[in-house]
Design a protein around this ligand. Structure first.
Ligand SMILES: Cc1cc2nc3c(=O)[nH]c(=O)nc-3n(C[C@H](O)[C@H](O)[C@H](O)COP(=O)(O)OP(=O)(O)OC[C@H]3O[C@@H](n4cnc5c(N)ncnc54)[C@H](O)[C@@H]3O)c2cc1C
Length: 498
């Protein structure tokens, strides 16, 4: 009796908290509807724009019915949004670029969804600089990387951004950002020259660069949505007048050992910064196969990928000499399967992919793929290696996300997609366990990765922030409490530096 009374009291408390949170969110929506300029808009359920924004997130887990969607279209309006959210101090909210984080409520919300798609500016200014820099490119957080490349590459300019179509500029850059040109220019966050930031403290519009606000500049390089809302990224642009050799190989089942040997060979021996691959041991449709995306930033056909190109293929490869933007936009088909599925990513840090580590990716796939596919006939799983060259962090700058040439690591990616809610727990447990098995294989290979400082944009939701920021965490906590003394950004989903 006492227990059920306690539960009833606890439940009514929880309901009242969430009811008052949502009424605060509704108050924000109402206030903004009358205060925003015509550059911006507020949308409610059933409108076309609301449906678009709330179903943009790639994963089922990161979709929610927001109280309203706010699309600010100017810095001044974004500042009004921040003020209203700060003043209604229980309103939950979400900040969304292109919704490609897959974790529950990381860029979605049941409160006020701030969708940044109206910030779709892109302009290029000539600005010669080191490492082949030719330009500075202002890019809005409402753009996806394929939209960016479609505009910059025809003008002979490339930026350090995502490798697949529809991934957002802003979430990727704020988390770190692995690119096809990372061997040459490190991570996306290393190549942001300036950020326009709406401060959660007082809604001021700050131009954050190394001269104006060096602490915030450091914090935004990997610090995700903890420091405010970014409305512009000024990116260093590099010469991309050449075409690239690139394409995807889908192997016929039965070639895994040969692929594993070729993965290890490439990972250990490649020193050419223009060459990169993403190598996946995949399982789907009751079949084990490999997907290898090959990239070479030059016009002379390279030979280092011949081991992959000569494998028996289940469909013709599109390996060809093409423009960079043609290649990245073609990847839309590869990512399309995510559309609303129950998808989870996981990652770890490795120092390299020698044979024993590659074989552990293969054996995890071989052991788990059939079992998970038996649970869910539409299951798709991928155990992916992402080798870069040892010098790829040589041009890294001081960042919230620790990455320097003093200790180079690489971010493998594990992904499960399934469609049945009753399998959620087993999928979550299994992806966690397979990640640990891969960590163990790296440790067994003698790699110095026991601290596991990992890439937040590939991580499971429960990973503590210590694993993203390591020794930088105390400094980041101080910067966060200075810029956000009212803890506004803690009401937006995602990993919290508190
Ligand atoms: C198919 C696919 C391919 C991928 N490929 C790559 C790759 O090649 N390289 C790589 O490094 N990563 C890759 N990723 C991971 C990717 O970096 C993350 O999913 C990233 O979050 C995507 O950015 P987004 O804008 O789409 O995300 P969102 O889900 O919109 O945002 C992610 C987080 O950032 C916050 N945020 C977004 N915009 C802002 C802003 N302007 N101001 C403040 N906070 C903001 C959100 O609140 C949220 O917490 C890939 C992911 C997928 C699903």
């Amino acid at each position: 009796m006492a227990r059920s009374l306690f539960l009833a009291v606890a439940l009514s408390y929880l309901l009242s908290v969430s009811a008052s949170s949502l009424s605060d969110a509704a108050a924000v929506c109402q206030e903004l509807q009358s205060s925003l300029s015509s550059a911006s808009a507020v949308f409610y359920p059933n409108s076309t724009e609301y449906v678009y924004d709330t179903t943009l997130p790639a994963s089922f887990f990161n979709r929610a019915n927001a109280t309203c969607v706010v699309e600010p279209g100017s810095n001044e309006d974004a500042a009004l949004v921040m003020t209203s959210i700060r003043n209604h101090n229980q309103a939950p909210f979400g900040v969304m670029g292109w919704g490609h984080n897959l974790n529950k409520l990381f860029s979605s919300t049941t409160g006020v969804l701030v969708a940044l798609n109206r910030f779709n500016q892109l302009n290029i200014t000539d600005a010669p600089g080191p490492n082949n820099q030719v330009a500075l490119v202002n890019v809005g957080p409402g753009l996806s990387w394929d939209q960016v490349y479609a505009k910059t590459v025809p003008q002979g300019v490339n930026v350090v951004g995502g490798r697949f179509a529809t991934v957002g500029v802003s979430g990727l850059s704020l988390g770190g950002g692995y690119s096809w040109i990372s061997n040459e220019h490190a991570l996306a966050c290393d190549n942001v020259a300036s950020y326009t930031l709406i401060s959660p403290n007082d809604s001021s519009i700050l131009e954050v660069n190394n001269s104006t606000y060096p602490d915030l500049f450091f914090a935004l390089k990997g610090g995700l949505n903890n420091f405010g809302i970014v409305t512009n990224f000024q990116l260093q642009g590099y010469n991309q007048t050449n075409k690239v050799w690139a394409g995807t190989v889908y192997t016929q089942p039965g070639n895994s050992d040969a692929v594993a040997a070729a993965f290890a060979n490439f990972s250990v021996n490649n020193t050419d910064p223009k060459a990169q691959l993403i190598g996946t041991f995949a399982y789907g449709n009751n079949s084990a196969f490999e997907i290898i995306v090959l990239f070479y930033n030059g016009e002379e056909e390279p030979t280092m990928f011949n081991d992959f190109l000569s494998l028996p293929q289940s469909q013709p490869t599109d390996w060809s000499l093409r423009t960079f933007d043609n290649f990245t936009s073609a990847s839309l088909a590869t990512v399309g399967f995510l559309n609303g599925g129950r998808t989870r990513y996981s990652t770890l840090a490795v120092e390299g992919f020698p044979t024993s580590v590659v074989q552990s990716f293969q054996s995890q796939r071989d052991a788990l793929g059939p079992k998970l596919n038996a649970l869910d006939p539409k299951f798709f799983g991928s155990w992916t290696i992402e080798p870069f060259i040892q010098s790829y962090w040589d041009t890294a700058v001081p960042s919230a996300a620790p990455h320097s040439s003093a200790h180079v690591t690489f971010p493998p990616n594990i992904e499960f997609t399934w469609y049945t809610a009753q399998n959620d727990d087993i999928m979550f447990d299994t992806i966690s366990n397979t990640t640990q098995a891969l960590v163990n294989s790296a440790l067994a290979a003698g790699q110095n990765v026991s601290d596991q400082i990992i890439y937040p944009n590939y991580a499971m939701p429960q990973v503590p922030v210590e694993h993203f920021y390591g020794d930088n965490l105390p400094r980041l906590r101080q910067i966060r409490s200075d810029i956000d003394p009212y803890n506004v950004m803690s009401r937006a989903g995602g990993y919290k530096i508190n």
